[in-house]
Design a protein around this ligand. Structure first.
Ligand code: DX5
Ligand code: ZN
Length: 238
C-alpha cells in the first residue's frame, strides 16, 4: 500500500468512475465485486455512515476487510462519521488505499491528513454542500483527493445539486495536477458531463451503475461522457 503511487496510478486512468458500494446488492457482495472486476472498475468507493454525522447507518471496516481478499481493485473509504481519527486504524488495517473524511467532522483536518499519508494511504478531504471551499483551502496541499458532495450525505439516489459545479471550478483552480478532484452524489448520464467540464476527474456513482443490468456498459458510457466533456472543456473553441 503506497499513497502517492495509488494516486499516481489512478491519475493515469482518469476519468475514474468509482462505484458507490452503498447501492450494491448486499445479499450478493461476492458477486457484485466479481461483476465490478469484469466491468474494470478502477476503484471501489465504500460509504461509511455512523447514524450520527449523517442520519443513516451503513457498514464499517469489518465489511471492507472481508471483501479485501476478493480483488486487487483499490478501495476507497468515504467516512461520513464523527471522530474519524478514532476509527482510522480500522480502515487502514482493513486494506483501504484511500481514506476520505469530512472537514465538518474534525476541528483541524491537518493531523489526520498527515496520519493517513504517513500510514502509506492516500488522504482525501470531503466537503458538504453547505461548506465553502475556503474551509479547506489552507490544507489543500496535504490532500491527495478532494471530494465535493453534490447531495446531502447520507443516502444514495438523491438529485444532483448544481451548486457543486461552482465549487468544482473553484477547487480546480486551486489544486495541482497531482490531486484528484472528486464529485459524489446524483452522478449519472445527465449530470456527469457538467461535472467533468467543471474539472472533476473522479466520479462516485451509485444508482447509475447498480440500478442498471450491465455494470460494464454503465461504467463505459459514463467514462466516455466524462472524457469527451473534459476534452471540450480544454478546447472551448471546438
Ligand atoms: C451519499 C454517498 C454517495 C451515494 C452515491 O452520502 O456518499 O456515494 O451513495 O449514490 P448515488 O449515485 O445514487 O447518488
Ligand atoms: Zn460517497
Amino acid at each position: 500500500m503506497n499513497g502517492p503511487s495509488v494516486v499516481q496510478r489512478l491519475l493515469d486512468k482518469t476519468p475514474l468512475i468509482a462505484p458507490s458500494m452503498l447501492k450494491c446488492d448486499f445479499a450478493n457482495l461476492h458477486r457484485e465485486v466479481a461483476l465490478l472486476e469484469r466491468a474494470e472498475a478502477p476503484l471501489l468507493h465504500f460509504d461509511v455512515m455512523d447514524g450520527h454525522f449523517v442520519p443513516n447507518l451503513s457498514y464499517g471496516a469489518m465489511l471492507i476487510r472481508s471483501l479485501r481478499s476478493l480483488t486487487d481493485i483499490p478501495f476507497e473509504a468515504h467516512l461520513m462519521i464523527s471522530e474519524p481519527d478514532r476509527y482510522l486504524p480500522d480502515f487502514l488495517d482493513a486494506g483501504c488505499d484511500l481514506v476520505t473524511f469530512h472537514i465538518e467532522a474534525v476541528p483541524d483536518p491537518l493531523p489526520l491528513l498527515r496520519r493517513i499519508r504517513k500510514a502509506g494511504a492516500a488522504a482525501g478531504l470531503a466537503l458538504n454542500p453547505g461548506t465553502p471551499v475556503e474551509a479547506i483551502e489552507p490544507v489543500l496541499a496535504e490532500c491527495d483527493l478532494v471530494l465535493v458532495m453534490s447531495v446531502q450525505p447520507g443516502f444514495g439516489g438523491q438529485a444532483f445539486l448544481p451548486a457543486a459545479l461552482d465549487k468544482l471550478r473553484h477547487l480546480k483552480r486551486l489544486i495541482g495536477p497531482e490531486t484528484l478532484l472528486s464529485v459524489d452524489g446524483g452522478i449519472g448520464p445527465d449530470t456527469i458531463s457538467s461535472t467533468a467540464d467543471a474539472g472533476a476527474c473522479h466520479f462516485v456513482v451509485g444508482s447509475a451503475i447498480f440500478d442498471t443490468a450491465d455494470y460494464r456498459e454503465a461504467i463505459e458510457r459514463l467514462q466516455l461522457a466524462a472524457a469527451s466533456a473534459a476534452v471540450s472543456a480544454r478546447s472551448p473553441t471546438e
